[in-house]
Design a binder for this molecule. Structure first.
Ligand code: NDP
Ligand code: KPL
Length: 305
Protein backbone atom coordinates (compact mmCIF):
# COMPACT_ATOMS: atom_id res chain seq x y z
CA UNK A 1 0.00 0.00 0.00
CA UNK A 2 1.28 3.48 -0.90
CA UNK A 3 0.61 6.27 1.56
CA UNK A 4 0.73 10.00 0.91
CA UNK A 5 1.10 12.18 4.02
CA UNK A 6 0.04 15.78 3.42
CA UNK A 7 2.54 17.96 5.27
CA UNK A 8 5.71 16.75 6.97
CA UNK A 9 4.99 18.93 10.02
CA UNK A 10 4.82 17.97 13.68
CA UNK A 11 2.03 15.38 13.36
CA UNK A 12 2.52 14.18 9.76
CA UNK A 13 6.30 14.07 10.05
CA UNK A 14 6.06 12.09 13.29
CA UNK A 15 3.48 9.45 12.37
CA UNK A 16 4.55 9.29 8.72
CA UNK A 17 8.12 8.95 9.93
CA UNK A 18 7.23 6.12 12.29
CA UNK A 19 5.53 4.27 9.41
CA UNK A 20 8.50 4.89 7.13
CA UNK A 21 10.83 3.63 9.85
CA UNK A 22 8.82 0.40 9.87
CA UNK A 23 9.26 0.05 6.11
CA UNK A 24 5.85 1.27 4.90
CA UNK A 25 5.84 2.95 1.47
CA UNK A 26 5.31 6.57 2.58
CA UNK A 27 5.62 9.75 0.51
CA UNK A 28 5.24 13.27 1.93
CA UNK A 29 3.52 16.05 0.02
CA UNK A 30 5.50 19.14 0.97
CA UNK A 31 6.07 22.70 -0.07
CA UNK A 32 9.37 24.10 -1.35
CA UNK A 33 10.91 25.32 1.94
CA UNK A 34 10.19 22.08 3.80
CA UNK A 35 11.41 20.09 0.81
CA UNK A 36 14.78 21.82 0.92
CA UNK A 37 15.04 21.24 4.67
CA UNK A 38 14.20 17.54 4.31
CA UNK A 39 16.61 17.06 1.41
CA UNK A 40 19.40 18.68 3.37
CA UNK A 41 18.90 17.10 6.81
CA UNK A 42 16.53 14.18 6.29
CA UNK A 43 13.41 13.66 8.39
CA UNK A 44 14.72 14.03 11.92
CA UNK A 45 12.66 12.94 14.92
CA UNK A 46 13.74 13.57 18.52
CA UNK A 47 11.34 11.70 20.72
CA UNK A 48 10.88 10.24 24.17
CA UNK A 49 10.15 7.01 22.26
CA UNK A 50 13.48 7.05 20.45
CA UNK A 51 15.09 9.24 17.81
CA UNK A 52 15.09 8.61 14.09
CA UNK A 53 16.80 10.05 11.03
CA UNK A 54 15.10 9.03 7.80
CA UNK A 55 15.32 9.73 4.10
CA UNK A 56 11.75 10.42 3.00
CA UNK A 57 10.24 10.30 -0.49
CA UNK A 58 8.96 13.78 -1.31
CA UNK A 59 6.38 15.16 -3.68
CA UNK A 60 5.67 18.81 -4.44
CA UNK A 61 2.25 19.88 -5.78
CA UNK A 62 1.86 19.35 -9.54
CA UNK A 63 4.71 16.82 -9.78
CA UNK A 64 3.65 13.59 -11.42
CA UNK A 65 2.65 10.54 -9.40
CA UNK A 66 0.00 7.86 -9.76
CA UNK A 67 -2.84 7.92 -7.21
CA UNK A 68 -2.04 6.69 -3.70
CA UNK A 69 -3.98 4.07 -1.71
CA UNK A 70 -4.23 6.25 1.38
CA UNK A 71 -3.91 10.01 1.88
CA UNK A 72 -3.29 11.17 5.45
CA UNK A 73 -4.13 14.86 6.00
CA UNK A 74 -1.90 16.32 8.73
CA UNK A 75 -1.96 19.99 7.80
CA UNK A 76 -3.50 22.78 9.87
CA UNK A 77 -7.21 23.48 9.31
CA UNK A 78 -6.54 26.94 7.86
CA UNK A 79 -4.52 25.29 5.05
CA UNK A 80 -7.11 22.67 4.20
CA UNK A 81 -8.66 24.16 1.02
CA UNK A 82 -5.21 24.60 -0.53
CA UNK A 83 -4.07 21.15 0.65
CA UNK A 84 -7.15 19.54 -0.92
CA UNK A 85 -6.44 21.32 -4.20
CA UNK A 86 -2.82 20.09 -4.17
CA UNK A 87 -3.77 16.52 -3.26
CA UNK A 88 -6.53 16.01 -5.82
CA UNK A 89 -4.28 14.78 -8.67
CA UNK A 90 -3.02 11.98 -6.40
CA UNK A 91 -6.46 10.71 -5.41
CA UNK A 92 -7.97 7.89 -7.44
CA UNK A 93 -11.19 5.91 -7.21
CA UNK A 94 -10.05 3.62 -4.41
CA UNK A 95 -8.04 6.18 -2.42
CA UNK A 96 -8.91 6.30 1.28
CA UNK A 97 -8.68 9.65 3.04
CA UNK A 98 -7.60 9.74 6.70
CA UNK A 99 -7.59 13.16 8.44
CA UNK A 100 -5.66 13.66 11.70
CA UNK A 101 -6.64 17.30 12.29
CA UNK A 102 -8.08 18.44 15.59
CA UNK A 103 -11.75 19.44 15.52
CA UNK A 104 -14.68 18.29 13.41
CA UNK A 105 -15.57 21.07 10.96
CA UNK A 106 -13.06 19.79 8.38
CA UNK A 107 -15.13 16.65 7.81
CA UNK A 108 -17.78 18.49 5.77
CA UNK A 109 -15.20 19.84 3.36
CA UNK A 110 -13.48 16.46 2.98
CA UNK A 111 -16.81 14.69 2.37
CA UNK A 112 -17.78 17.31 -0.20
CA UNK A 113 -14.47 17.01 -2.07
CA UNK A 114 -13.83 13.26 -1.88
CA UNK A 115 -17.24 11.66 -1.17
CA UNK A 116 -18.30 10.58 2.32
CA UNK A 117 -17.70 6.89 1.56
CA UNK A 118 -13.99 7.54 0.89
CA UNK A 119 -13.22 9.44 4.08
CA UNK A 120 -12.40 7.73 7.39
CA UNK A 121 -12.67 9.34 10.79
CA UNK A 122 -9.34 10.00 12.48
CA UNK A 123 -7.54 11.86 15.24
CA UNK A 124 -4.32 11.78 17.17
CA UNK A 125 -3.10 12.24 20.70
CA UNK A 126 0.49 13.45 20.73
CA UNK A 127 2.55 16.38 21.96
CA UNK A 128 4.84 17.29 19.11
CA UNK A 129 6.26 20.39 17.48
CA UNK A 130 8.46 21.43 14.61
CA UNK A 131 11.72 23.18 15.57
CA UNK A 132 13.18 26.03 13.50
CA UNK A 133 15.67 23.65 11.81
CA UNK A 134 12.87 21.20 10.85
CA UNK A 135 13.46 18.66 13.62
CA UNK A 136 10.29 17.06 14.97
CA UNK A 137 10.33 17.19 18.75
CA UNK A 138 7.96 14.74 20.42
CA UNK A 139 7.92 15.21 24.14
CA UNK A 140 5.42 13.12 26.14
CA UNK A 141 4.48 9.42 26.45
CA UNK A 142 1.29 9.35 24.34
CA UNK A 143 1.72 8.94 20.58
CA UNK A 144 -1.57 7.51 19.39
CA UNK A 145 -3.62 7.68 16.20
CA UNK A 146 -7.23 6.50 16.22
CA UNK A 147 -9.00 5.77 12.97
CA UNK A 148 -12.12 4.00 11.79
CA UNK A 149 -15.12 3.90 9.48
CA UNK A 150 -17.63 6.69 10.14
CA UNK A 151 -20.26 3.95 10.55
CA UNK A 152 -18.13 2.15 13.14
CA UNK A 153 -18.09 -1.00 11.00
CA UNK A 154 -14.90 -3.07 10.89
CA UNK A 155 -14.55 -3.40 7.12
CA UNK A 156 -11.87 -5.17 5.10
CA UNK A 157 -10.28 -1.86 4.14
CA UNK A 158 -9.79 -0.69 7.74
CA UNK A 159 -8.55 -4.14 8.73
CA UNK A 160 -5.93 -3.86 5.98
CA UNK A 161 -4.91 -0.46 7.30
CA UNK A 162 -4.76 -1.83 10.82
CA UNK A 163 -2.34 -4.53 9.62
CA UNK A 164 -0.23 -2.01 7.78
CA UNK A 165 -0.01 0.29 10.82
CA UNK A 166 0.70 -2.49 13.32
CA UNK A 167 4.00 -2.85 15.19
CA UNK A 168 5.51 0.48 14.31
CA UNK A 169 6.96 2.76 16.98
CA UNK A 170 3.66 4.61 17.54
CA UNK A 171 0.18 3.42 18.49
CA UNK A 172 -2.43 3.13 15.76
CA UNK A 173 -5.83 2.05 17.11
CA UNK A 174 -8.73 0.88 14.97
CA UNK A 175 -11.88 2.32 16.56
CA UNK A 176 -15.50 1.14 16.36
CA UNK A 177 -16.68 4.54 17.61
CA UNK A 178 -14.53 7.07 15.84
CA UNK A 179 -17.30 9.70 15.73
CA UNK A 180 -17.57 9.72 19.53
CA UNK A 181 -13.76 9.63 19.78
CA UNK A 182 -13.46 12.68 17.53
CA UNK A 183 -16.05 14.71 19.47
CA UNK A 184 -14.37 13.75 22.74
CA UNK A 185 -10.99 14.82 21.40
CA UNK A 186 -12.59 18.04 20.15
CA UNK A 187 -14.00 18.77 23.62
CA UNK A 188 -10.59 18.09 25.15
CA UNK A 189 -8.56 20.21 22.77
CA UNK A 190 -10.99 23.13 22.51
CA UNK A 191 -10.81 23.49 26.30
CA UNK A 192 -7.11 22.72 26.71
CA UNK A 193 -5.92 24.96 23.87
CA UNK A 194 -8.31 27.63 25.17
CA UNK A 195 -6.95 27.76 28.73
CA UNK A 196 -3.29 27.27 27.87
CA UNK A 197 -3.37 30.15 25.37
CA UNK A 198 -5.47 32.38 27.62
CA UNK A 199 -3.17 32.00 30.62
CA UNK A 200 -0.02 31.26 28.56
CA UNK A 201 1.25 28.62 30.98
CA UNK A 202 1.47 24.80 30.85
CA UNK A 203 -1.40 22.65 32.16
CA UNK A 204 0.09 22.16 35.66
CA UNK A 205 -0.10 25.91 36.29
CA UNK A 206 -3.52 26.24 34.63
CA UNK A 207 -4.86 23.77 37.20
CA UNK A 208 -3.24 25.55 40.16
CA UNK A 209 -4.42 28.49 42.29
CA UNK A 210 -7.82 29.26 43.70
CA UNK A 211 -9.77 29.34 40.44
CA UNK A 212 -7.80 27.34 37.85
CA UNK A 213 -9.69 24.07 38.30
CA UNK A 214 -13.03 25.84 38.51
CA UNK A 215 -12.51 27.70 35.24
CA UNK A 216 -11.32 24.57 33.44
CA UNK A 217 -14.34 22.50 34.49
CA UNK A 218 -16.76 25.33 33.70
CA UNK A 219 -15.26 25.69 30.20
CA UNK A 220 -15.50 21.93 29.60
CA UNK A 221 -19.16 22.07 30.68
CA UNK A 222 -19.96 24.96 28.35
CA UNK A 223 -18.45 23.08 25.42
CA UNK A 224 -20.14 19.82 26.44
CA UNK A 225 -23.51 21.63 26.54
CA UNK A 226 -23.01 22.94 22.99
CA UNK A 227 -22.07 19.50 21.72
CA UNK A 228 -25.08 17.83 23.37
CA UNK A 229 -27.45 20.48 22.03
CA UNK A 230 -26.01 19.78 18.58
CA UNK A 231 -26.61 16.04 18.97
CA UNK A 232 -22.94 15.02 19.18
CA UNK A 233 -22.62 11.48 20.58
CA UNK A 234 -20.57 12.35 23.67
CA UNK A 235 -20.70 10.31 26.89
CA UNK A 236 -22.47 11.45 30.03
CA UNK A 237 -19.90 12.75 32.52
CA UNK A 238 -17.17 13.15 29.89
CA UNK A 239 -16.47 16.70 31.09
CA UNK A 240 -15.57 15.52 34.62
CA UNK A 241 -13.59 12.61 33.18
CA UNK A 242 -11.52 14.89 30.96
CA UNK A 243 -11.11 17.40 33.80
CA UNK A 244 -9.61 14.64 35.96
CA UNK A 245 -7.41 13.57 33.04
CA UNK A 246 -6.16 17.13 32.55
CA UNK A 247 -5.36 17.33 36.25
CA UNK A 248 -3.21 14.22 36.06
CA UNK A 249 -1.27 15.22 32.94
CA UNK A 250 2.46 15.91 33.16
CA UNK A 251 2.43 19.48 34.59
CA UNK A 252 4.70 20.80 31.83
CA UNK A 253 2.25 19.69 29.10
CA UNK A 254 1.31 22.36 26.56
CA UNK A 255 -1.19 22.43 23.71
CA UNK A 256 -0.02 22.65 20.11
CA UNK A 257 -1.95 25.91 19.72
CA UNK A 258 0.00 27.35 22.63
CA UNK A 259 3.30 26.28 21.05
CA UNK A 260 2.20 27.86 17.76
CA UNK A 261 1.35 31.05 19.63
CA UNK A 262 4.74 31.05 21.33
CA UNK A 263 6.29 30.89 17.83
CA UNK A 264 4.04 33.77 16.65
CA UNK A 265 2.29 31.48 14.16
CA UNK A 266 -1.33 31.29 13.05
CA UNK A 267 -3.83 29.47 15.30
CA UNK A 268 -6.83 27.26 14.46
CA UNK A 269 -9.23 29.44 16.47
CA UNK A 270 -12.02 29.62 13.89
CA UNK A 271 -11.84 25.89 13.27
CA UNK A 272 -11.90 24.94 16.98
CA UNK A 273 -13.48 27.57 19.27
CA UNK A 274 -15.13 29.60 16.46
CA UNK A 275 -17.07 26.65 15.08
CA UNK A 276 -18.30 25.78 18.59
CA UNK A 277 -19.54 29.36 19.04
CA UNK A 278 -21.45 29.11 15.76
CA UNK A 279 -23.14 25.97 17.10
CA UNK A 280 -23.81 27.71 20.44
CA UNK A 281 -25.57 30.56 18.63
CA UNK A 282 -27.58 28.11 16.55
CA UNK A 283 -28.71 26.19 19.66
CA UNK A 284 -28.94 29.24 21.95
CA UNK A 285 -26.43 28.03 24.55
CA UNK A 286 -24.81 30.61 26.84
CA UNK A 287 -21.01 30.42 26.72
CA UNK A 288 -19.24 33.34 28.45
CA UNK A 289 -15.94 31.51 29.05
CA UNK A 290 -15.68 30.17 25.52
CA UNK A 291 -16.38 33.68 24.21
CA UNK A 292 -13.53 35.04 26.39
CA UNK A 293 -11.17 32.35 25.03
CA UNK A 294 -12.24 33.09 21.46
CA UNK A 295 -11.99 36.86 21.86
CA UNK A 296 -8.49 36.53 23.29
CA UNK A 297 -7.38 34.34 20.38
CA UNK A 298 -8.90 36.72 17.84
CA UNK A 299 -7.03 39.63 19.47
CA UNK A 300 -3.85 37.58 19.18
CA UNK A 301 -4.60 37.09 15.49
CA UNK A 302 -5.19 40.81 15.02
CA UNK A 303 -1.96 41.75 16.77
CA UNK A 304 -0.11 39.21 14.68
CA UNK A 305 -1.30 41.07 11.56
N1 NDP B 1 1.26 19.23 17.17
C1 NDP B 1 0.53 18.50 17.99
O1 NDP B 1 0.99 18.15 19.09
C2 NDP B 1 -0.85 18.08 17.61
C3 NDP B 1 -1.50 18.62 16.51
N2 NDP B 1 -2.75 18.16 16.18
C4 NDP B 1 -3.47 18.68 15.01
O2 NDP B 1 -2.83 18.17 13.84
C5 NDP B 1 -2.94 19.09 12.75
C6 NDP B 1 -1.54 19.40 12.24
O3 NDP B 1 -0.83 20.06 13.26
P1 NDP B 1 0.75 20.17 13.31
O4 NDP B 1 1.37 18.96 12.76
O5 NDP B 1 1.09 20.60 14.68
O6 NDP B 1 1.01 21.37 12.30
P2 NDP B 1 2.39 21.80 11.60
O7 NDP B 1 2.22 23.24 11.26
O8 NDP B 1 3.55 21.38 12.41
O9 NDP B 1 2.41 20.93 10.29
C7 NDP B 1 1.53 21.12 9.24
C8 NDP B 1 2.30 20.95 7.97
O10 NDP B 1 1.38 20.97 6.88
C9 NDP B 1 2.06 21.53 5.81
N3 NDP B 1 1.16 21.94 4.74
C10 NDP B 1 0.12 22.80 4.79
N4 NDP B 1 -0.44 22.92 3.59
C11 NDP B 1 0.25 22.13 2.76
C12 NDP B 1 0.16 21.85 1.38
N5 NDP B 1 -0.78 22.40 0.59
N6 NDP B 1 1.04 20.98 0.84
C13 NDP B 1 2.00 20.42 1.60
N7 NDP B 1 2.15 20.65 2.91
C14 NDP B 1 1.28 21.50 3.49
C15 NDP B 1 2.82 22.68 6.41
O11 NDP B 1 3.87 22.97 5.52
P3 NDP B 1 4.67 24.36 5.44
O12 NDP B 1 5.81 24.13 6.35
O13 NDP B 1 5.04 24.44 4.01
O14 NDP B 1 3.74 25.44 5.90
C16 NDP B 1 3.30 22.09 7.72
O15 NDP B 1 4.58 21.54 7.62
C17 NDP B 1 -3.68 20.30 13.33
O16 NDP B 1 -5.06 20.21 13.06
C18 NDP B 1 -3.44 20.19 14.85
O17 NDP B 1 -4.46 20.82 15.60
C19 NDP B 1 -3.37 17.14 16.86
C20 NDP B 1 -2.75 16.58 17.96
C21 NDP B 1 -1.48 17.05 18.47
C1 KPL C 1 -3.61 18.01 23.76
C2 KPL C 1 -2.81 17.43 22.64
C3 KPL C 1 -1.35 17.64 22.89
C4 KPL C 1 -3.08 15.93 22.66
O1 KPL C 1 -2.85 15.32 21.48
C5 KPL C 1 -3.25 18.03 21.34
O2 KPL C 1 -4.04 17.48 20.61
C6 KPL C 1 -2.79 19.37 20.90
O3 KPL C 1 -2.11 20.06 21.64
O4 KPL C 1 -3.11 19.73 19.74
Amino acid sequence: MRILVVGAGAVGGYFGGRLLEKGVDVTFLVREKRKQQLEKRGLVIRSVHGDAQLTPKLLVAAEEAVPFDVVIFSNKAYHLPEAIRDVKPYVGEGTLILPLLNGIAHMDLLWQEFGKENVLGGLCFIETTLAEDGTIIQSSPTHTVKFGEWSGEITQRVKRLDDLFSSCNARFELSEQIVTDMWHKYLFIAAMSGVTTLFRVPMGLVCSGEYGQEILLALLKEIGAIMRAHGAPIEDGIEEKQWAQMNSMPPQMKSSMQRDMEKGQMVEVDHLQGYLLQLAKQHQITTPLLKAVYHHLKLYERQRG
